[in-house]
Ligand binder design. Structure first.
Ligand code: HEM
Ligand code: HEM
Length: 217
């Protein structure tokens, strides 16, 4: 019988949904970031680049929120056998920081455009008018947060890539493979998770034995 396709995450690995979300949104976020970084030119703000930036971000808006919510709802998969300790935790918290910063961009971006007194342009397709008029105080605050959160995303991504490279080149522990195909659990189950699973099994069989004895009596 063919094994079922692993759509959801497992104890120590990612399923196809997480893998697809990771690669599609990594590409989108990096694109939005690079376009965003080209908005300011020596001659001032480039309106066409700004519109491209907001158009891509709004087109991917729901997908990006879904991706963030998916990780927080599903939780982070546990470590592989060789992935334990400080670096696993560092990686995990860098992942969460990246997701929080993407969420911050999705909130501050639209607030910024509306505070300029402008609607949000989505290609030549449609515009989203603001619920309020020009607001310089809010523009300053959201601009500050948007710029710093964008910096945190790029620093986090560099750290993230450094970590992935370290695992792939020096540890060769299957970390990169986790994000390519969902096979990690069968290959290298984590002893910490296995101990927990074994405890659960023992508890289950103790419960079952007690139940059987009760029924016999
Ligand atoms: C993942 C989502 C996003 C990322 C990574 C991102 C990234 C960036 C970056 C790197 C900049 C340049 C900052 C600088 O000047 O140093 C920028 C500027 C800007 N972004 Fe975003 N952004 C995102 C989402 C959005 C959204 C959803 C909107 C609005 C719909 C938006 C509106 C703007 C505006 C108006 C600027 C120009 C700020 C200025 O220089 O005055 N961004 N963004
Ligand atoms: C482009 C090159 C990239 C590579 C090679 C890469 C590789 C990986 C790998 C191997 C993992 C699994 C690590 C583990 O669980 O131990 C992972 C997870 C993760 N990566 Fe990346 N990544 C890249 C770009 C990005 C970008 C640009 C972002 C976001 C800005 C990002 C955000 C995340 C997050 C949040 C996770 C945790 C799992 C999830 O929710 O998807 N990655 N990445």
């Amino acid at each position: 019988m063919r094994p079922a396709m692993k759509m959801s995450d497992t104890r120590a690995g990612y399923g196809w949904i997480s893998i697809a979300l990771h690669w599609i949104t990594a590409l989108i976020v990096l694109t939005i970031w690079f376009v965003g970084s080209s908005i300011q030119t020596p001659d001032g703000m480039s309106q066409s680049t700004l519109r491209l930036h907001t158009s891509i971000a709004i087109s991917a808006y729901v997908l990006l929120w879904f991706r963030i919510a998916w990780r927080f709802v599903k939780g982070h998969p546990g470590p592989l056998v060789k992935q334990q300790g400080f670096f696993y935790l560092l990686g995990k918290y860098v992942h969460y920081v990246l997701l929080v910063c993407i969420g911050i961009q999705l909130v501050t971006g639209p607030l910024m455009v509306w505070s300029m007194g402008e609607p949000i342009h989505v290609f030549n397709w449609f515009q989203i008018p603001g619920p309020y008029g020009m607001n310089m105080g809010l523009l300053d605050t959201t601009h500050f947060i948007h710029v710093w959160s964008a910096r945190a995303i790029i620093i986090g991504t560099i750290l993230h890539l450094g970590g992935v490279y370290k695992h792939a080149a020096f540890n060769q522990d299957g970390t990169f493979g986790k994000m390519l195909i969902p096979w990690a659990d069968q290959q290298q189950p984590s002893p910490a998770f296995d101990r927990r699973a074994a405890d659960d099994d023992r508890a289950d069989s103790a419960g079952a034995t007690a139940e059987t004895l009760k029924n016999r009596a």
